[in-house]
Design a protein around this ligand. Structure first.
Ligand code: ANZ
Ligand code: ZN
Length: 942
């Protein structure tokens, strides 16, 4: 029964009470088992929260309350990630100090979170812009510096003209524009600080396997790290220089018919006097510099490039001279900035070679089946023959229903070419045709020998064209006649259909060969051909053997770049370094930390690529900590991602002035047991894992990973299905919702919307439904009285379901189970004990109304400090279940029976049902199959 309630008074009352009694306060080093539940801390923007933000916070709140009620010491903290451009831009626009804007926004966010009734222990609140906090961010930087993992570089980096700062690759959109302002980012050489994240790439990859994270996030991390295994191989240029290429396919070296340098490659400029078409080359270099990386990598765009006239390279495997090109499909920033191009096996190289008329030389053939115990080698040839209409010549063996190519086994010491001519003349009547070209070697196991042995056939495929008018007499063998051999010409577009009609394993080989022939690159690995002594080796063997033979090195390369760590902006942690003409870069002594941000008049970037800090001479000029001479402070600041790379550690020990976190607290709390958020699949999670592993190496933390389990939430869209945005005017403010229906309703609604990880649109009707559920809960006490067994049983089933669902972050199905129970309890009545149990079950979801009803029921403690209901299997057991009855496997009806009844009981019950009993009347029962609680199947003589 619905019973209205005044959420305003109830919610306020309990929030105040909880605050006063401190029931959510976390104790360190407790003897209880611990659970660390963490939200991705928000950036306190000026806009405040919208209803999408709390979704994750509600989930962690339920989870942490549940854990507390199951006997855990729980750490569930909240804080602010408050450095960064928005606050700075706001400051520029409104002429207030960013710290003032941050303080105001934090207060607003906190107020908004508090009305939702969260159980955060606010005594552990942190703020990345607090000097007592960023002291430790700077401390970590100094440790990185001391270990050689932070270095200065002058490489070209991403420069955003809009934000007036250098950026890391992680700060770009997929199309290479600035993630924050969408400006086209330029490459600009400038002095910068870089962190060697690449050194941790292998460990970050390997340890993903230890994490309980959604597979798609792990995959995003793997892709971002982008490890490619291959080899570096040195080529010598006619100028005498050595060019190293990175290739994932050293097995294809014999097919490298040209080389490409990135247009930015240093050797291009070095030899401008040797290059006879320098003007053309220079123009191309300039053009390439203006292209976006995205466009350069776009495989749908036509390949462009220029040959370096006057320079050649030597293929170290074949000794051949090959041409050298510059082309923008080769990036300076990946691998070594130079490639060996293998048009037969790489699509991009193929497209380029076709355009520039470069030889396409296949060096890897497909292996059909795996090589097994090979006893006999049989050499043979196939002819890939087309006529003047481009149709392929196939043999069709009518009586065996398979298609094949003309060809056969090499006899005696006949050459392969002679063999092809002979077979073609006999089988197809073409005695002479234009010179055949060797295009592939096919290795496959041949299992159909009469002696039952398996043979490895090595068959060379030749390509030739014939003219149909020149077909002569065909002379078939008796076997061929018996098999019904016919010749057919098939147009390429009909090939697949024709071949599908034949026997599959043979058709597969033919399709492959014809596809192979049809002029695009074949990137698959296989067995080598046209590769001298390496012919016949598998690609895997040849990768090692060829690399070794030419003096190359097996190695890996990574897509991830070292982390460009300096920003030319004001609102970030100062990088704690002093530059000295004598000593170079000197870290600020740890006891002098933090290096605080000075107040400035102007927050605007200087415009010359320097941070605004550069203009504050009395801050910049200092003494060198090493020699005491004149020194200048580093004026670059850290990126927004610095403070968030370790904040989860600070919550463990937020007031510690002597250490980032004490050993005892770290050992008790680490790792984060569940981390919840809906953003930063790559950036933050990569950076934090990197810093964590570094802190592990210097013995600050005891676990190899920071976040053991990750739950990624789906966003809440506006009711119109669009993203909530000021621009669309469709933002729903949680304060408004709470004012109208209350925090408990909002919480229930957001968790009931659908699976946690799904993105779902807001629905006002859904919200009303959540409110009705709570109003019925509010009226449930009127049904307290006698309770039938089935209701007790359902309660315990519900306890089991809710417990498992909270653990599994399936809040929607947990709520739905509780709704079903509420229905039943209203119908049948509920005991006082079960009523109280139900309140506890629902308490983590709707903390205010359950606390209110708990007290109305006469309790004086808090429902939230109680013990979470425990599932009792014996109580959950049903008195009767309905099971299906079958005769000879066909369903004929049902009986009601105790779930653990014996077979004899089941047959007795069946006989009491008239219509079912009729079916065994006077018949012989041959067999009874009875599964208690499930099914009764009786096999009778028909
Ligand atoms: C010869 C070859 C033959 C290649 C073949 C591929 C297939 P992933 O897998 O993405 O790491 N490559 C190397 N450096 C490059 C650069 N700076 N810009 C553009 N392409 C570059 O790609 C590695 C492959 O991409 C390398 O292996 C190289 O082409 C090319 F059948 O070498 B390969
Ligand atoms: Zn010095």
């Amino acid at each position: 029964m619905n019973k209205r309630f005044n959420h305003k008074t109830i919610e306020k009352k309990w929030q105040d009470t909880w605050k006063e009694s401190g029931i959510y306060k976390t104790t360190d080093n407790s003897t209880k088992p611990k659970t660390y539940v963490l939200d991705m801390f928000p950036y306190p923007s000026g806009e405040g929260l919208h209803v999408g933000h709390p979704k994750g916070y509600i989930a962690t709140d339920i989870y942490s309350r549940f854990k507390r009620m199951t006997g855990h010491e729980v750490l569930h903290p909240m804080g602010w990630d408050a450095f960064g451009l928005p606050a700075e831009n706001f400051a520029i626009k409104h002429k207030v100090h960013p710290s003032a804007a941050v303080a105001k926004n934090v207060a607003r966010f906190k107020e908004q979170l508090e009305v939702l009734g969260f159980d955060y222990d606010w005594s552990r609140e942190i703020n990345t812009t607090d000097p007592n906090y960023y002291k430790w961010t700077q401390w970590i930087f100094i440790q990185l510096y001391k270990k050689g993992l932070a270095y200065e570089s002058n490489e070209p980096i991403n420069w955003c003209p809009g934000c007036q700062t250098g950026l890391a690759n992680e700060d770009l959109n997929a199309d290479g524009t600035c993630e924050r302002c969408d400006s086209v980012v330029e490459k600009k050489p400038m002095r910068q600080w870089v962190l060697k994240i690449r050194e941790y790439a292998d460990r970050m990859l390997a340890d993903l396997d230890t994490l309980n994270w959604p597979e798609h996030i792990k995959e995003a991390q793997r892709n971002w790290i982008g490890k490619s295994e291959g080899a570096e191989i040195d080529f010598t240029l006619s100028t005498g220089d050595t060019v190293t290429v990175f290739t994932t396919r050293p097995d294809t070296l014999f097919g490298a018919t040209y080389m490409v340098l990135a247009p930015e490659h240093e050797l291009v400029f070095k030899h401008h006097e040797t290059i006879s078409n320098w003007n053309e080359v220079a123009a191309y270099v300039k053009e390439a510099a203006n292209k976006k990386e995205m466009d350069r990598l776009d495989d749908t765009k036509e390949k462009t490039g220029v040959k370096l006239e006057g320079i050649t390279a030597t293929n170290p495997a074949t000794g051949e001279e090959i041409p050298v090109y510059i082309a923008d499909y080769v990036l300076a920033s990946y691998g070594t900035g130079a490639i060996m191009a293998v048009p037969a096996h790489d699509e991009r190289d193929f497209a380029f070679a076709k355009k520039f008329g470069i030889e396409v030389r296949p060096v890897v053939g497909k292996i059909f089946n795996q090589f097994k115990n090979v006893e006999v080698h049989r050499r043979g040839v196939y002819g890939l023959i087309t006529n003047e209409n481009g149709e392929y010549l196939l043999q069709y063996f009518r009586n065996k229903n398979f298609y094949w190519l003309p060809g056969g086994g090499v006899e005696g010491d006949e050459s392969e070419e002679d063999c092809l001519k002979r077979e073609m003349a006999e089988e197809s009547g073409f005695a002479s045709f234009s010179t055949a070209k060797k295009v592939a070697t096919v290795f496959y196991d041949h299992n159909s020998r009469k002696d039952g042995k398996s043979a490895r056939n090595k068959t060379t495929v030749y390509r030739a064209t014939v003219s149909t008018s020149e077909q002569g007499h065909v002379s078939l063998t008796d076997d061929e006649i018996a098999d019904g051999l016919e010749l057919v010409w098939v147009a390429p577009e009909k090939l697949n259909k024709t071949l599908d009609a034949g026997e599959a394993s043979r058709s597969e080989l033919l399709k492959y060969l014809i596809k192979f022939d049809s002029a695009t690159a074949k990137p698959e690995c296989g067995a080598l051909l046209n590769s001298g002594e390496f012919d016949g080796m598998t690609s895997e063997e040849a990768k090692v053997a060829i690399t070794e033979k030419v003096g190359g090195r097996l190695t890996s390369t990574y897509k991830i770049k070292d982390w460009v760590f300096s920003r030319q902006r004001y609102w970030g942690e100062p990088i704690p370094i002093v530059h000295c003409d004598t000593c170079g870069a000197v870290p600020v002594p740890e006891e002098q930390l933090p290096v605080t941000l000075p107040d400035v008049e102007q927050y605007e970037p200087a415009g010359d690529g320097q941070s605004p800090l550069a203009n504050i001479s009395d801050w910049v000029n200092t003494t060198c900590p090493a020699c005491g001479g004149a020194g200048r402070r580093e004026t670059n600041t850290m990126p927004q991602w610095a403070g968030s790379s370790w904040y989860y550690l600070r919550y463990m020990d937020p007031q510690n002035n002597d250490a980032l976190v004490s050993k005892e607290n770290e050992q008790y709390w680490a790792p984060v047991d569940v981390y919840v958020g809906g953003d930063h699949a790559v950036r933050h999670l990569i950076y934090a894992r990197f810093w964590h592993k570094f802190l592990y190496d210097i013995d600050v933390v005891s676990t190899i990973e920071p976040f053991q389990r990750l739950e990624f939430l789906g966003f809440i869209l506006a009711e119109d299905g669009r993203k909530m945005s000021k621009r669309w005017g469709n933002v729903i403010n949680p304060d408004d919702v709470v004012a109208i229906v209350g925090a408990d309703t909002l919480r229930i609604y957001e968790m009931f919307m659908g699976p946690f990880e799904n993105t779902i649109a807001w629905s006002q009707d859904g919200l009303a439904g959540a409110r009705r559920f709570l109003e019925r809960l509010n009226g449930l006490s009127e049904h307290i009285g006698d309770e039938p067994k089935e209701t007790t049983s359902l309660l315990h089933k519900t306890i089991k379901k809710v417990t498992e669902d909270i653990e599994g972050f399936k809040f929607n199905t947990a709520i739905s189970a509780m709704m079903i129970f509420l229905n039943q309890a209203e119908k049948t009545g509920i005991s006082k004990e079960s009523y109280e149990t139900f309140l506890k079950l629902l308490a983590p979801f709707a903390p205010h109304i359950t606390e209110e009803l708990w007290h109305e029921a006469g309790k004086s403690d808090s429902v939230h400090t109680g013990i979470f209901p425990v599932f009792d299997a014996s109580l959950a057991k049903d008195d009767v279940v309905v099971i299906g009855v079958q005769f000879n496997g066909k369903s004929r009806g049902q009986i009601e029976i105790a779930p653990d009844a014996t077979e004899a009981d089941a047959l007795e019950t069946l006989k009491r049902d008239e219509s079912l009993a009729k079916r065994i009347d006077g018949k012989e029962i041959k067999k009874v199959i009875y599964v208690p609680g499930r099914i009764l199947n009786i096999i009778v003589q028909e």
